[in-house]
Each structure stands twice: as C-alpha cells, then as structure tokens.
Design a protein around this ligand. Structure first.
Ligand SMILES: [Zn+2]
Length: 148
C-alpha cells in the first residue's frame, strides 16, 4: 500500500479507538507515525526518503515489518516519553500498517519464521485507492458522530 493509504487507515483505527479509550492529542501523532514506520526499509517511502539507513540495512518488508521492530520503537517511545497514549497510538498505527501490507500480493513475512501472509491487492492499485477514499468517508462519519 502507498503511504497515504497507510496514514488514513491508521487514522481510521485511531479514531475508532477513541470510542474505547480516553486519549490525548499525542495519541494521533503516534498513530500516524506508527502507520509509516514499518516502511523505513523502503527508500521511496514517506519516512524512508528522509531516513535512509534502514533501507540500506534491511530488505523491504523484512524485520522492519515485524513485532520485534514494533517492540523496539514502542518501548523506546514509552521509556523516553512515558506516555501510555503514545504507546497505544504507535501500536495501533504499526498494526494497521502490517494489516494492510498483509493484504497485498507481496505480503509480509512473520519474522523470525518464514510464514508469509499475503492477499491479492496490488500496492498503488485500484483497491489501494478504494481503501484510501473509503477511509476518508468513514473518518468523516466517525468525527461527525463524535461531535454530535
Ligand atoms: Zn509496509
């Protein structure tokens, strides 16, 4: 999936979480960051263009798309910031990224096993755009529902 689809799908799950958790604004920043961090291993991604060391060190959809990478970043944020909302937001964003990537033809490998989860969607294809615009509609509906 392309970066903006990851951002909006993560945001959608973050908005859904507001129905269950009382969160601060940093939660949403963490959701957005978490939804992009796994693609640090892709040099053309939103974050990968800015921080190239991960794409030099790791193959795309390898260890950066794993629970180990999530744990490393989530614990780092929690230790440094001490904010449970940031931890939760990052976790939701990261999980949303892995969920969407697991629906693509390339899929994701459940590191350290060789088990690959894959679907039939093509990154940048029609379903990528359908998910993107569908997220916009659903987010607007949820926000309206939260406000009224
Ligand atoms: Zn990815």
């Amino acid at each position: 999936m392309i970066g903006r689809t990851h951002l909006l799908f993560g945001l959608l799950l973050g908005v859904l979480a507001v129905f269950f958790f009382d969160v601060n604004l940093w939660f949403f920043a963490a959701v957005l960051l978490g939804s992009l961090v796994p693609d640090l291993d892709e040099q053309r991604s939103i974050l990968g263009r800015r921080v190239r060391i991960f794409s030099w060190l790791f193959e795309h959809r390898g260890i950066c798309h794993s629970i180990f990478f999530w744990a490393l970043f989530a614990l780092l944020f929690f230790v440094v910031l001490g904010d449970l909302d940031v931890f939760l937001g990052f976790t939701i964003g990261f999980a949303s990224h892995l969920l969407l990537d697991s629906l693509t033809r390339q899929g994701i490998v459940l590191f350290p096993t060789k088990i690959r989860l894959r679907g039939f969607l093509r990154s940048g294809g029609i379903f990528d755009y359908l998910i993107f615009y569908g997220c916009i509609v659903v987010i607007i509906v949820f926000i309206v529902k939260l406000v009224w």
